[in-house]
Design a protein around this ligand. Structure first.
Ligand code: SF4
Length: 131
């Protein structure tokens, strides 16, 4: 790997998740992983943005759409992206979907992950219709 280039992916649709330790952060992470596996976009390293890795910031800036999935109202991911002027085109807050944050628990259900993924896809499709 040369310099600060990230080989995790990027391109047309980049997907970030807060990947926090709470259940809702883990749901955000799992949704981002699966959306990547399903070809909706490519997950990239949010923590790399927080570390101000230039190549990773460039990947975000070079992406047509920026999907951001935050776990809870603390909105850690959104704050990290704002620090480098990356504005999500599609912003999903897991707790806004009726999924409760459970302190000290990282367990989640299949239905919760699907709910978040569906919300991302819906957001992307809605925006595509506006163009
Ligand atoms: S947004 Fe919430 S779940 Fe995500 S990292 Fe921050 S505190 Fe944790």
């Amino acid at each position: 790997m040369s310099g600060e280039r990230c080989l995790c992916g990027g391109g047309d649709v980049v997907i970030y998740s807060c990947s926090g330790a709470a259940n809702v952060g883990q749901i955000a992470n799992q949704a981002a992983v699966e959306l990547t596996q399903e070809g909706v976009g490519t997950m990239n390293c949010a923590v790399g943005i927080g570390a101000l890795v230039s190549g990773m910031i460039a990947t975000g800036r070079g992406s047509r759409r920026i999907v951001a999935i935050d776990g809870c109202p603390l909105k850690c991911l959104k704050k990290v992206l704002e620090k480098v002027q990356l504005e999500p085109s599609d912003y999903i807050l897991v707790t806004d979907l009726g999924i409760e944050k459970t302190i000290g628990s990282r367990s989640f259900t299949r239905e919760q992950v699907v709910k978040v993924k569906d919300e991302v896809v819906k957001s992307i499709k809605l925006e595509a219709q506006r163009i």
